[in-house]
Write a protein that binds this ligand. Structure first.
Ligand SMILES: NC(=O)c1ccc[n+]([C@@H]2O[C@H](COP(=O)([O-])OP(=O)(O)OC[C@H]3O[C@@H](n4cnc5c(N)ncnc54)[C@H](O)[C@@H]3O)[C@@H](O)[C@H]2O)c1
Ligand SMILES: N[C@H](CO)Cc1c[nH]c[nH+]1
Ligand SMILES: [Zn+2]
Length: 801
């Protein structure tokens, strides 16, 4: 009666497994059509349809006013229950509740960078619980449905169950009364599911339907999903048993029969490495079957969907079970845990010779409402979580929106959704919000319309103007310009006529720079800080329809100016280790042919440098210009300037603001092929560099070796010392740097570290708003005593947290 399939009979095995898998309601088109018609009828005709179907399928004549079980009816039925059964049921309920209490979920919230993000857990408001009862009664399913719903805190619990089960078995009513459930409808099958999903005059519509049932119930749940929630497809029962020679054939047969007696559609499968065990189990089934009152159902189930499968080894057994994804799996074999580790799909797993599946049906605590028909691949046992919903909660501070709105807009535009982009950007700055403000002067509103929209959407490049005794936030030279340089510059300035313009072309400064940088005078342009030269270079290369390529995160001004000028900004992220992704840059250059590529090396704010070989590869690939911004090159003790002669598309930017200790005088310079320099010069204003800055820069160059180089070397040593000290602080992870600053990953929110240090008189840079750097701050290398204080403060902050 039950098919026995030998280890070599692969074809028969495949056919049998396919037949069992074919029980899945989703695959049975006739059943779905039949059930869809029932649902449609209930939806249209309500109670009238319920009464008709109950008469037809359950043989019970009802009226509208008897569809709901009265409290009297429930109590009356419950009173008939034997005390022993009641006591056992109470003990089962206690165990089931204890298990499900562990499933309670809490709401949670995380705070970082001025955001509060969380998940709020709330119970379902109205749950409809189906308790089966066509050919048997299931008081255990009352417990399994109601208890998790109660633990979750569901406000309104509504039960539907076929009428005969209430009348015939007092245990169902007793379980309901025991748990305090009073809203019970005497309707079963697909019609009950339809009534709970759509509501009728008598039966209320619910938010979610849970519970097991036969194939009609399972198909109906599948069809109403979407109108209401469902737990899973918990249809006709299934058990698979993996057994080896240690298994007792009588027990195995009994366990298979236990599930077969549920339904003619139940599936029971033994998978064993022993042919002799399979034979013995087959014999045992025949013997034990004789004693069973539901013999006809069992026989049909074994014939339809039973199988004793012999396999070569345990791996093969696990593969068969994983394919079935059964509702229940028993493992009665040596090293059951190790076998269980190989099982990917099963609703519940019962380990060892003394854990028959029935312990889970009634008593152990875990829920017996389980996915069938392969649904264990994607759903789980009914639980408290089925009766809750999770709502995400988001709150952004103004600062965090300012930090991220631009990225949100980039994403929105990548989807072609401009209104999304504007929704994020409109809150960014005063001007943008005032645009939509009713109080704004009409003339101003009209005037502002003339500003390019992409500029209005940009966040201004600013820095918080906080002050502190130790200032390590701007990568300045902490030693200040040496006295000798200052005195000599002031002496020369005193002797100069202040009424005269500076030189139109700062010839002397260019001559000195040429000697310092080893490059041709005509290929040098001097600017009011290197920022001016970045702007000038972009002005002559970028505009609408032009492309700039950046490697981000990097100095924010590049993107800012390119955007103002109307160019498209392409970005290649740094690698996870925050190094240049040279392969990706090459691909971007090849694909996009950018007019200008900017490599900041050492990169601000990460501190990494581009290797010369890599840069050469980019220069060779690019037909556009490549700028290497060397604001910090003295600390890296390397430069790309030696590549200028071989690569006319290279421009090198430098500054006097860092190693030269002259940030206050705004001097920068660019090195490029003379022809390129001449073109960039066209965008530079006449007399852009004032007389004093020119003189100070000349003196700094003259005295560089004697006065400034020792300071640079001291800062490099301090950088290495600071790096090691930061590395030793638990919760901090500094990023290797070749500049005069260090980027630090922090376990504590960067904003908090910033505040804590500021309270101790130390000003650092919070760079958490940069892409990829949400957990980072940046510190400039200070004087030794400043670095000591910084290290001490950080040790204290991180020791406390
Ligand atoms: N997967 C699980 O978690 C789990 C748990 C417990 C029980 N079960 C399963 O629940 C099922 C209980 O089945 P049941 O039949 O005893 O009770 P049931 O309540 O699921 O189904 C009875 C209803 O089916 C409907 N019905 C019967 N014949 C019909 C037909 N020809 N056309 C349309 N509707 C028809 C009737 O309306 C009847 O009220 C079994 O299959 C059992 O294996 C599954
Ligand atoms: N084995 C069923 C789940 O498939 C649950 C049950 C209830 N009562 C008896 N058995
Ligand atoms: Zn069972």
């Amino acid at each position: 009666m039950i098919e026995l399939i030998g280890a070599d009979e692969k074809q028969r095995r495949r056919a049998r497994l396919e037949r069992i898998a074919g029980r899945n309601v989703a695959l049975d088109a006739d059943l779905m059509r039949e059930v869809a018609a029932i649902i449609e009828n209930v939806k249209r005709r309500g109670d009238e349809a319920l009464i008709e179907y109950t008469a037809r399928f359950d043989g019970v004549e009802l009226t509208c006013d008897r569809l709901r079980a009265s409290e009297d009816e429930l109590h009356h039925a419950a009173a008939r229950l034997e005390r022993e059964v009641r006591d056992v049921m109470r003990e089962a309920a206690r165990r089931i509740r204890a298990f499900h209490e562990r499933q309670r979920e809490r709401s949670w919230e995380m705070r970082s960078n001025g955001t509060r993000l969380g998940q709020r857990v709330r119970p379902i408001e109205r749950a409809g619980l189906y308790v089966p009862g066509g050919t048997a009664s299931y008081p255990s399913s009352v417990l399994m449905n109601v208890i998790p719903a109660q633990v979750a805190g569901v406000e309104r619990i509504v039960v539907a169950t076929p009428p005969q089960t209430l009348a015939e078995n007092p245990a169902v009513a007793a379980a309901l009364v025991e748990l305090g459930v009073s809203e019970v409808y005497k309707v079963g099958g697909a019609q009950a599911i339809a009534a709970l999903a759509y509501g009728t005059r008598t039966v209320p519509r619910v938010d979610k339907i849970t519970g097991p049932g036969n194939k009609y119930v399972a198909a109906a749940k599948r069809l109403v999903f979407g109108v209401v929630g469902i737990d899973s497809i918990a249809g006709p029962s299934e058990v698979a048993i993996i057994a080896d020679e240690t298994a007792d054939a009588r027990s195995v047969a009994a366990d298979l029969l236990a599930q077969a007696e549920h339904d003619e559609e139940a599936a029971v499968v033994l998978v064993t490495t022993r042919g002799d065990l399979a034979d013995a189990v087959r014999r045992e089934i025949e013997i034990q079957l004789e004693m069973l009152p539901r013999r006809a159902i069992v026989e049909a189930s074994l014939r339809n969907y039973g199988a004793l499968i012999v396999v070569g080894d345990m791996d093969e057994a696990c593969a068969v079970v994983n394919e079935l994804a059964p509702e229940h799996l028993e493992i009665i074999a040596r090293d059951a845990e190790a076998i269980a580790d190989k099982i990917k799909h099963a609703g519940a797993i019962f380990l060892g010779a003394y854990t028959p599946e029935v312990v889970g049906d009634y008593f152990a605590g875990p829920n017996h409402v389980l996915p069938t028909g392969g649904a264990a691949r994607f759903s789980s046992a009914l639980g408290v979580y089925d009766f809750t919903r999770r709502a995400s909660m988001l709150r952004y501070s103004r600062e965090e929106l300012e930090r991220t709105a631009r990225m949100i807009a980039v994403f929105a535009r990548a989807e072609g959704l401009e209104a999304h982009a504007r929704s994020a950007l409109i809150r960014l700055d005063q001007q943008a919000t005032q645009d939509v403000s009713a109080t704004m002067d009409d003339g101003l509103r009209v005037a502002l319309k003339r500003i390019k929209p992409r500029v209005r959407e940009l966040r201004a490049y600013t820095l918080r103007s906080e002050r502190a005794p130790i200032k390590v936030n701007q990568n300045e030279n902490p030693f200040d310009a040496p006295e000798r340089i200052k005195r000599e510059a002031l002496r020369r300035f005193e002797r100069r006529a202040w009424s005269r313009y500076p030189d139109f072309v700062p010839v002397e400064l260019r001559r000195k720079l040429a000697a310092f940088a080893g490059w041709d005078e005509e290929g040098i342009i001097v600017g009011n800080g290197s920022n001016e030269l970045i702007q000038a270079t972009m002005m002559v290369t970028l505009g609408e329809g032009r492309r700039a390529l950046l490697s981000e995160p990097t100095f924010a001004l590049y993107r800012q100016i390119a955007t103002v000028l109307g160019a498209d900004v392409l970005s290649v992220p740094l690698t996870e280790r925050l190094t240049f992704d040279v392969a990706a840059l090459r691909r971007a250059i090849e694909r996009e042919d950018p007019d200008l590529t900017i490599i900041c090396s050492p990169n601000n704010p990460t501190g990494g440098v581009i290797e010369e070989d890599d840069l050469v590869r980019l220069l060779e690939k690019a037909s556009g210009l490549i700028v290497v911004d060397e604001a910090y090159f003295e600390f890296a003790e390397r430069s790309a300037a030696n590549l200028l002669r071989a690569h006319p598309n290279l421009i090198v930017f430098r500054t006097f603001s860092k190693a030269m200790a002259m940030a206050g005088w705004r001097v920068g310079y660019a090195l490029a092929a003379p022809e390129i320099a001449r073109e960039i010069g066209k965008a530079v204003l006449p007399y852009n560099l004032n007389a004093f800055s020119q003189i100070a820069a000349e003196v700094a160059l003259e005295m560089y070796d004697a006065e400034l180089l020792p300071l640079v070397q001291a800062l490099i040593r301090e950088r290495e010392r600071l790096f090691e000290a930061l590395q030793e602080i638990s919760g901090l992870s500094p990023v290797p740097s070749k500049a005069n600053f260090i980027l630090v990953r922090s376990r504590i929110e960067p904003r908090r570290v910033y505040d804590e240090l500021l309270r101790r008189g130390i000003l650092i840079r919070d760079v958490s708003g940069y892409p990829m750097l949400a957990d980072c701050f940046r510190v400039s290398v200070g004087r030794p005593e400043e670095n000591d204080l910084l290290i001490e403060a950080l040790r204290e902050i991180f020791a406390r947290s």
